[in-house]
Design a protein around this ligand. Structure first.
Ligand code: AMP
Ligand code: MG
Length: 377
C-alpha cells in the first residue's frame, strides 16, 4: 500500500496554487487610476478584494489507510496552512503505522499479544478507540464489534485490492472463530496496558479509524487556532466553521456511484456513510460485502448504504457500520439505542428511509422514493 510520502508534493502544490491566485488579483485591481469619477468605486472594490485575499482557501490531499483525505482551510494564513498540512502529514503517518489492521505496526503487535494471552502497551489514542468501542458495541447490541479482526481476515478483507474474487470461507471456519465470541469488552484496560483472556480477540479499527482520524485532525487544526475547515475522507467528513460567508456544502453519496443530493454543514458536524457497494468479495453467483454481522459471521446485505450526521466522526463512523449490520428490520432500534437523530438508509432498490430530522437536511438532486421513520421514541 502506498504510504504518505508523495503527499508532501501535493501539499506544496496546493498551497502554491492558492497563493498565486492572491497575487493575480492584486495586479488587476491596481490598474485603473485616471477615471476620477470611478475612484470611490474602485477604492471600495480594492478594499473588498484585499479582504477576500485574507479569506483564501487552502487545500491539501493527504493519504491514510488507503484513502485520500482532502483538507480545506478557510481564513487561515498561508503560513499556518502550510504548517498545518505538514504537521498533519506526520500525524497521518503515525496513525497509519499504529492503527493498521494488517500492515506491520502497533496494532498488529497488540493482536499478537492478545493471541498469546500476554499484556500489551498502547498509546492513548488506541485506548480511547477501545474504550469508546466498548460502549458502542454494548449499545448497538454487538452489531459494531471491532474485535472481529480474525473474521475480517478470514473473509479476505485485510487487503486494499478490491474486489476479491473467490468463494466465501466455509461455515466450519466461521464457526471456529464465532465459538470464542470475540468482543472488545473482553479487553481489560489498565492504565496504558491491555490484556484479554480471549485469544480470538483481534482488533480491527476499519469501522471506526476514519472517523477518529477526522476528529483528531479537527482537534489539531483547532489547537492551531484554525476555525474554518473541512476534512473529507472520500465522502466521510467533518467540518467546522464556514467557507467564507456560506456554509460548507457536501454531497451525499449514492450506493453504486454518484450522489443522491447535498447537505449544508452547520457549524461542527460529521457526516459518515457506510455501504455494501464498494468493498466486497465475489464468486460466480454472489457478492459478499465487507461489513460482517458479528453474530452470524456473514456479510450484512439488505442495506445498500447508511448516512449519519452527528457532531463527531468516531460515533458517526461506528454507528454507520452498526446500522448496516442491523439491516432494514433493525436499524431504527439501533439508531435509538445509539441516540442518533439524523439518519438516512438506502435499500437495494433505491428507496430511502430517513428520519424527519435528516429529511430537513438533504437537498435531493432528483425525486427519490422515501419513507419517513421516527427514531428515539
Ligand atoms: P465501514 O466502511 O466504516 O463500515 O467499516 C467497514 C470495515 O470495518 C471493514 O472493512 C472491517 O475492517 C470492519 N468491520 C466489518 N464488520 C464490522 C463490524 N460488524 N463491526 C466493526 N467493524 C467491522
Ligand atoms: Mg464505519
Amino acid at each position: 500500500m502506498p504510504v504518505v510520502v508523495p503527499a508532501v508534493a501535493v501539499v506544496r502544490a496546493a498551497v502554491q496554487i492558492s497563493a498565486g491566485a492572491v497575487t493575480r488579483r492584486r495586479q488587476v485591481t491596481l490598474k485603473p487610476v485616471k477615471f476620477a469619477p470611478f475612484l470611490v468605486i474602485i477604492f471600495v472594490c480594492l478594499v473588498l478584494l484585499t479582504a477576500c485575499q485574507r479569506d483564501q482557501e487552502y487545500s491539501a490531499n493527504l493519504f491514510v489507510f488507503g484513502t485520500i483525505v482532502e483538507i480545506k482551510l478557510w481564513g487561515a494564513s498561508q503560513e499556518d496552512a502550510e504548517r498545518a498540512f505538514s504537521e498533519l502529514q506526520q500525524v497521518f503517518q503515525g496513525m497509519h503505522r499504529d492503527w493498521h489492521a494488517w500492515e506491520p505496526g502497533r496494532l498488529v503487535q497488540i493482536n499478537k499479544c492478545f493471541e498469546q494471552g500476554i499484556s500489551a502497551t498502547a498509546d492513548p489514542n488506541i485506548i480511547e478507540m477501545i474504550q469508546r468501542s466498548q460502549v458502542i458495541e454494548e449499545k448497538s447490541g454487538g452489531r459494531f464489534n471491532p474485535a472481529i479482526g480474525a473474521l475480517v481476515r478470514l473473509w479476505g478483507f485485510h487487503t486494499s485490492d478490491y474486489p476479491i474474487v473467490g468463494p466465501p470461507p466455509t461455515q466450519e471456519q466461521i464457526d471456529e472463530i464465532l465459538a470464542h465470541k470475540p468482543s472488545s469488552r473482553d479487553i481489560e484496560v489498565d492504565g496504558m496496558n491491555l490484556i484479554t483472556d480471549n485469544p480470538a480477540v483481534q482488533l480491527d479499527f476499519g469501522g471506526i479509524a476514519k472517523g477518529y482520524a477526522v476528529d483528531l485532525t479537527i482537534r489539531h487544526l483547532r489547537d492551531m487556532g484554525i476555525t474554518n475547515a473541512i476534512v473529507n475522507a472520500g465522502g466521510d467528513l467533518r467540518a467546522i466553521g464556514n467557507h467564507g460567508d456560506r456554509p460548507w456544502r457536501v454531497a451525499v453519496r449514492k450506493p453504486g456511484g454518484g450522489n443522491i443530493g447535498s447537505i449544508q454543514v452547520m457549524g461542527d458536524e460529521a457526516i459518515f456513510t457506510s455501504g455494501n457497494y464498494e468493498r466486497f468479495r465475489e464468486d460466480q453467483t454472489e457478492r459478499y460485502p465487507h461489513i460482517l454481522d458479528p453474530v452470524t459471521g456473514w456479510p450484512a446485505k439488505d442495506i445498500a448504504s447508511v448516512t449519519i450526521i452527528t457532531d463527531e466522526g468516531l460515533p458517526a463512523d461506528a454507528a454507520a457500520t452498526a446500522l448496516v449490520v442491523a439491516g432494514l428490520q433493525g436499524w431504527a432500534e439501533v439508531a435509538t439505542a445509539l441516540e442518533l437523530e439524523q439518519v438516512a438508509v438506502v435499500d437495494e432498490s433505491g428507496t430511502v428511509y430517513m428520519t424527519p430530522q435528516m429529511k430537513q437536511r438533504i437537498q435531493f438532486l432528483e425525486e427519490a422514493d422515501h419513507v419517513l421513520v421516527e427514531v428515539g421514541r
